[in-house]
Design a protein around this ligand. Structure first.
Ligand code: UD1
Length: 421
């Protein structure tokens, strides 16, 4: 196991290249299963979660070429339908995204109920209801999801999602593109990652309208063809580095980042006193002095993303004033609060809200990473804290951030990675 040792108090200045989006790449890798023609994805980030998904593809007999220079070619011509093994599925919730493509292509899927970050109950009922609406028979059998299409395959239908779940929208979309007839997805998630999946499927011949709105229309096609698709930049990675610049009173250019995917985050940062503006290459972020306290509420896209809540809380911990942070997407996503308190943050939790009273400075201490976004929030806090912060269990970070410590060190951070004996 490894840990990061951070010497805080150094201003960040320089350029950070933003990788392709993990959450866009994962469903697109799963979507390779939909066709016997190859799919080439470019701008794929080099992350533990991506490697887990590629391993799962190999388990299904998909030939995986790469990743090399962020390009992966997936050829599912010889794919075979098997049960998804628990030891892969338990590591990452996104493995449930193979359900839709498997049922669509083979008429049957068996997948262990997924694991992933411990940030709430995270059921998959909406994924299963979407498949059932398309005609699949779905049952749970000793921790395994079993979904079976009727004779003749899935049929287009109206799917009304009870909430705009990202994953359930993606499952519905992937299952519908080769179903017979038309599918309407209502209350669809509008996230850029859903739009990117739709763009990838359209490049392969799928007929999809309305991606990025609450209502998507899909006309089923017989088969998908070969294509090459570039993954969009990771807005959560970009937002994380924007906060890194802000929390250290620094100045960073985030190459490849797109402000239009970060509208709510950009507005919140500006209200807190951070300057943020687009450049030819991406985004510039600059900060002087302490941020102002500001209230935020996490919401489905285009609202403030839950995946940046912990990082924003680290910034608010050193604000002038106070900040009320409400989490409405996941019910148990405040595991970073006691760890931030170890660094001297003044945070009071009440149900799904956290009241953060800004302190002039944080002080380094040993802390424990509990999930992906919580662990990066502790790194950000460590960059701002006086003295040494040790972040244990960094494998969470490596699931979602490519070369985080190297990118930060190049901009002036003092961080070393150590093996824990
Ligand atoms: C995706 C992202 C994750 C992000 C989240 C919300 C990926 C791989 N992960 O996760 O990083 O934090 O969107 O932006 O893209 N829900 C149900 N039943 C379901 C599905 C979801 O009740 O069948 C609930 C969840 O428990 C949660 C809410 O809906 O409270 C949102 O979840 P969802 O949008 O589905 O998140 P994921 O797709 O899992």
């Amino acid at each position: 196991m490894e840990r990061l040792v951070i010497e805080g108090g150094h201003r960040l200045e320089g350029t950070v290249p933003i990788c392709g989006a993990k959450n866009a790449a994962l469903p697109q890798i799963a979507a390779a299963l939909l066709s016997d023609e190859p799919l080439t994805l470019t701008n794929v980030p080099d992350l533990a979660d991506i490697r887990s998904m590629l391993t799962l593809m190999e388990h299904y007999g998909v030939t995986v070429a790469g990743p090399s220079h962020a390009t992966v070619t997936l050829d599912a011509a010889a794919a075979a339908n098997r049960e998804a093994p628990y030891d892969v599925v338990r590591r990452m919730r996104a493995t449930v995204l193979v359900l839709g493509p498997l049922v669509a292509r083979f008429g049957h899927a068996r997948v262990s109920q997924p694991g992933g970050c411990a940030i709430g109950a995270r059921p998959v009922d909406l994924h299963l209801k979407a498949l059932a609406a398309l005609g699949a028979t779905v049952s749970l059998d000793g921790g395994t999801i079993d979904a079976r299409a009727p004779e003749g395959g899935l049929t287009g239908a109206r799917i009304v999602l009870a909430s705009p779940s990202v994953g359930a929208t993606e499952t519905a979309l992937m299952a519908a593109v080769t179903a017979r007839g038309e599918t309407e997805i209502l209350n669809a998630a509008r996230d850029p990652e859903v739009c990117d999946l739709a763009q990838c499927l359209i490049a392969r011949g799928a007929v999809i309208e309305g991606a990025g709105t609450h209502r998507m229309l899909i006309r089923g096609v017989d088969r998908l063809r070969r294509a090459r698709h570039e993954i969009i930049p990771d807005r959560i990675e970009a937002g994380t580095y924007a906060i890194a610049a802000a929390i250290t009173g620094g100045h960073l250019e985030l190459t490849g980042a797109r402000l239009e995917h970060l509208a709510a985050v950009g507005a919140a940062l500006e209200a807190a006193g951070v300057r943020i503006w687009p450049t030819d290459r991406g985004l510039m972020v600059a900060m002087e002095g302490r941020p102002r306290g500001l209230d935020i509420t996490t919401e489905p896209y285009p609202g403030f993303p839950t995946d940046l809540q912990a990082q924003f809380m680290a910034l608010m911990a050193i604000s002038e004033g106070a900040s009320l942070i409400r989490e409405t997407v996941f019910e148990n996503r405040f595991m970073h609060v006691p760890e931030l308190a170890r660094l001297g943050a003044d945070i009071k939790l009440q149900g799904t809200s956290a009241l953060v009273r800004g302190v002039p400075a944080l002080k380094g201490a040993p802390v424990m990473a509990t999930d992906l976004r919580a662990s990066v929030c502790l790194v950000l806090a460590g960059l701002a804290a006086a003295g040494e912060t040790v972040v244990n269990r960094v494998y969470h970070l490596d699931r979602g951030y490519e070369a985080l410590d190297r990118k930060l060190v190049r901009c002036g951070a003092r961080i070393r990675r150590e093996d824990v004996p």
